[in-house]
Design a protein. Structure first.
Length: 58
């Protein structure tokens, strides 16, 4: 996403403060199927169908 370190941490903090995350884990790139599905739904809700690819990147 081309964030600076500060930008990434600011975004992570805002997600936590907004109740979208409960624990920031930085040692894994894997997402559960449930998290992936819900994140894709939220992206569509917020930005429309064009915001996501046809299939999730795994």
């Amino acid at each position: 996403m081309n964030f600076s370190t500060e930008g990434a941490m600011d975004t992570a903090q805002r997600l936590y403060d907004g109740g979208f995350t409960t624990y920031m884990r930085t040692d894994s790139l894997s997402l559960s199927d449930e998290a992936l599905t819900e994140a894709r739904k939220e992206a569509v809700r917020m930005f429309g169908d064009a915001a996501i690819s046809a299939t999730p990147r795994q």
